[in-house]
Ligand binder design. Sequence first.
Ligand SMILES: Nc1ncnc2c1ncn2[C@@H]1O[C@H](COP(=O)(O)OP(=O)(O)OP(=O)(O)O)[C@@H](O)[C@H]1O
Length: 700
Amino acid sequence: MQQLRTEHDTPGQAGDETRGQTRHETQRAAEQRYVDALYARLDADAARVRTELREVLRGDPEDAFTRDVRAAMLERRARTLDAADHHLCFGRIDHADGGSLHIGRTGLSDGDDQLLVDWRAEAARPFYAATAAHPLGVRRRRHLGLDGRRVARLSDELLDGSEPGPDDVVGDGPLLEAVSARRTGRMREVVATLQAEQDAIIRSSHRGVTVVEGGPGTGKTVVALHRAAYVLAGFEEARADGVLVLGPNTRFLDYIGEVLPSLGENDVAMSTADRLVVDALDLPEPALAGHALRRLAGDLRWADALADVVQGYQAPSGTLTVVVDGDPATLDAPTLAETREAAVATGLPHNQARAVFRDLVVDVVADEVQARARVLLARLDEDMEVLAGGVNLDKAAAKDLARLGFEADADGAYGHAAAVAELDPGALRAELRGDLALERAVEDAWPRLTADDVVRDLLDEHPDLAPDGADAPWSVAHLPLLDEAAHLLDGPPARTYGHVVVDEAQELTPMQWRSVLRRCPGRSMTVVGDLAQAGPATGATSWADALGADLARRADVRTLTVCYRTTAQVLAEAAPLLARIAPEQQPARAVRQGDEPRRRAAGGDLAAAVAQEVGRELEHGDLVAVVAADAAVPALTRAVGGAANAAGEVRVVPVSQVRGLEFDAVVVADPDGITRARPGGERDLYVALTRPTRRLVVVG
Ligand SMILES: Nc1ncnc2c1ncn2[C@@H]1O[C@H](COP(=O)(O)OP(=O)(O)OP(=O)(O)O)[C@@H](O)[C@H]1O
C-alpha cells in the first residue's frame, strides 16, 4: 500500500509554510510548462488523426476492406485522444539514476522522445508498484492534480528514504484525497491512485482465469474495470474478440458505467448474466423471480436433465416409412437405430445433427428406390424384344415401365430417359431432400426443437421449476435453462468474447456460470467477488462451488486486503457479523478513520425514525441511502422520498440490489428485518453495513 504521509510528518518542512508554498509554486510552474507541451502535442495528434480519417473515408471504395480497417483504427485513436483530454497527465516518476517519466492516460511522443507514457505500458509499472520497501529504482513518485488543463496540485513521495530536496513537494497523499472525496452516485476511475496490490492484478499476464477476492470496499470493482482496460490494450484475443464486463444488475451497471469511457474505452460490452441470454435468444422481457426459484433453477443437475430431454428425441424407437412415387420405402428398426446412432456420433447439436440424420435417411431411401428400379429394369430386359418391336405390352409390364417413369411415344414405344434419371444417385437424392413426405417422416423421428420446447418438457417432469402462474412468461430464473437448451440444440452462442470480466461473481448460480463460460471459449477471465457477500440465490461457499472444480483449480486467486471505501469504525461494526458468516476470512484493513456508527431504536415507528435520521444526515450535504429489506422499501420511500440536498435525492435501496454500491452516509433500516427477510439474511446485513464511505446509522 502507498504510504500516506502528510506535511506534518515530514522532517525539514515543519513550520516553514512559506518556503513550502514557494517550492510548490516553482514546481507547479515547471510542471505546467511540461503539461502545456503535452496538451499541444495531444491537440496536434488529434487534428492529424481527424484529417487522416477524413482522407481515408474519402478514399478508394474499391479497396473497401482496407479502408474500413484503417478507418476503425483511426476512429479508435481519435476517441482515445478525446478521452485523454481530461486529466491527461497525472503522475511522474524520477529514477534514482536521474531519468524521469510522465505517466498519463495515453502515450504521446515527439519523434523518438516519449513525452507521456500510457499508464498501461510496462514502463509505467513502477509508478504503481514501487514502495518504500521496494523502490524499483524510483527515487520520487509525484502525483499531479489537474483542473482542466491547469496543474492545480502536486504532491511527492520519496521512496528511497532520502530527505526532501529543494525540488520535492512532499504533501498529503492523493489516495487519501480520492477515497475521502464525496460520492456522486457514479463510480470514477482511479487510474492516478491505483495501489500496488491492485496494480499487480490489473497488469497480471495470466491468460486463464484470475479470481480476485477481498472484503467490501477493497477495490475489486476498481481492479475489474481497470483490468478490462489493460487487457484490451495488452491481450491480442481481447482486442480481436472484445471484452465483456458482467455485473449483477442494471443499477450496478449504471453505477460503474462511466469508468471505462473515461479511460478511453468505449468498446467494452456491459451486461448482466440475465441480459446476455435475453439478447442472445431474442426473448421477451422475463418476469422477476424469487431467490428460491432462482436458486433451484441454478442447480447444476439441470444441465444433465436438459441433455436427457434432448437425447430423448434422438433415442432409437420404431421404424420410418416414406412413400416415394406411390411405393413405401421403409427403414426397419435396426436400420433406423443405426442411422440415429450415426447422427448422434457426429457430436453436433441436435438441430444440426438433424440435417445429418435427414441426409442418412435420404441415402437409405435412395438406395431402396434404386434397388427397386434395378429389379424392374432387369425384369424389363427379358421383354426387350417386345419393347424394341413397339408392340403392346401386357398390363403388368406397362405398369412396371410407368413406375420407372417410362412414357410411351405416339407409336406406343417406350424410351429410357426417366429410368436413367431414377438411377442417377445425385439427382434422386436432391429430389428426395425436397420431398415433403420425407421431411414429415424425418420431423416425426427427429423433430427440430426450440429452447422453449426443451425447457417446457423439463418443467413437465419438474413442476417445482414452473414459473409462478400458469400463463406466466419465462422468469429470470429460467434464463440459464433456456440458454443451456439453446446450446444443446444449436451449439455455441453467435457472440463470444476474448476476455470476460465478472463482477460480484459470488452472485452467479452454477447454471449461470455455464452460460457465462459459453461466451468465453478461451477462458481468459477476471472474476471478482466476495463469498461472504453471497446472496441467497447462490449460496456458494467456495470458488470451486461457483466456477466448477476444474476451472477453480487452474485459477490464479488473488486477495485484496485494504479497504478504501469505509472507515475503520464501520468495519469494526461489521466485524462480529463477518466472524459469524465467514469465520475463515480476515477482515480488511481500513485506510481511514471516521465517526463511530450510531445505533438508535425505531421506537415503534420505523419510517418516522428513519426519516428523522435521513434529515440529520442530509445536513452534511452528502449522498445518503436508506438500505432496507425489499418488502420495507415502499413504505420507507413514501416516508423519505421527497427529501433531497445538493448531493441529490435520498435513495432508498432494497438490500437485494445494493451489492457493489456505495454512499457517503447509509441508514440501515431494521437490521433484524433484513436478517429475517430471506435465507442468508446475515450476509445481506453485512453488505448493507459496509456501504458507507463516511457515516453509518443503524435504526431498529
Ligand atoms: N486505488 C484507489 N484509489 C482511489 N480510490 C479507490 C482505490 N481503490 C478503491 N477505491 C475506492 O474505494 C471504493 C470501493 O471500491 P470498490 O467498489 O472497487 O470495492 P469492492 O471491493 O468492489 O467493494 P464491494 O465488495 O463492496 O463491491 C470506491 O469508491 C473506489 O473508487
